[in-house]
Design a protein around this ligand. Structure first.
Ligand code: GRF
Length: 232
């Protein structure tokens, strides 16, 4: 049986319970916690889940007194077995929303389906451009003038789910992949926070296969502007 507490299209009467999944540095996770603390995000981060017990993300959770579940994928024979173990543990915390923030695994399809409409991912490219890895280098190799990041609902297709919102930056003459990544990161944090806020306030949700914004299907992703708000 599905163990989620409530569907995201049902009226939310209390704070959104959020589980964050991260594999590494966890700067997006940190940004979410800070936004919760400052009151910018009226949510509760209920658990940090990871496939890397020694990651900085797990250390941050411990430091900040946030429960964490970190399982070592190497101890599981089958990929799916690991995914079920991790997501079952996450479900015990009754999250309304799962945020994949640098979670570096392709998740079992049945699990993705189970969380459809209740799981989002941040990806460092202007999707549908550059799904997968090395996005900054690929944008440079493609001689793109503009690069960016996307937040999307997760579907079984890798980085292929309906995009909620994007942030853009102009590629500079002197940018290399590392520089581009570090210029983009703070924008990613703002984008993720703004996207979570729209879900928490029930302005954004997934309907069948399109993103609804204030009840209307989005024909293109929302764009982050200088005021840190998302606009049509
Ligand atoms: C971010 O660039 C995110 O877009 C990608 O992985 C990176 C995670 O960074 N999915 P951090 O672990 O949140 O610092």
């Amino acid at each position: 049986m599905d163990s989620f507490r409530r569907a995201l299209n049902a009226p939310i009467t209390s704070r959104l319970r959020v589980a964050v999944f991260a594999s590494g540095r966890g700067s997006n996770f940190q940004a979410i916690i800070e936004a919760q603390r400052s009151g910018e995000l009226a949510i509760d981060v209920v658990v940090l889940c990871s496939d890397k017990p020694a990651s900085r993300a797990v250390a941050t959770a411990t430091q900040d007194g946030i429960p964490s579940v970190a399982l070592d994928a190497k101890k599981y024979t089958h990929r799916a077995e690991f995914d079920y173990a991790l997501f079952d543990r996450a479900a015990e915390f009754q999250p309304d929303l799962i945020v994949l923030a640098g979670f570096m695994r392709v998740i079992d399809e049945a699990i993705v389906e189970r969380w459809r409409g209740r799981m989002i991912n941040i990806h460092p490219s202007l999707l549908p451009k550059y799904p997968g890895l090395r996005t900054h280098q690929r944008a440079l190799d493609g001689r793109d003038r503009v690069h960016g990041a996307s937040v999307h609902f997760v579907t079984p297709e890798l980085d292929g789910g309906p995009v909620i919102a994007q942030t853009e930056l102009t590629i500079g003459e002197h940018d290399d992949a590392a520089k581009l990544a570090s210029r983009l990161l703070p924008l990613e944090h703002r984008l993720l926070i703004a996207s979570i806020r729209l879900i928490a306030t029930q302005r954004v949700r997934l309907d069948a296969s399109s993103v609804l914004f204030d009840g209307r299907p989005l024909s293109h992703p929302l764009k982050m502007r200088e005021d840190d708000e998302l606009h049509m």
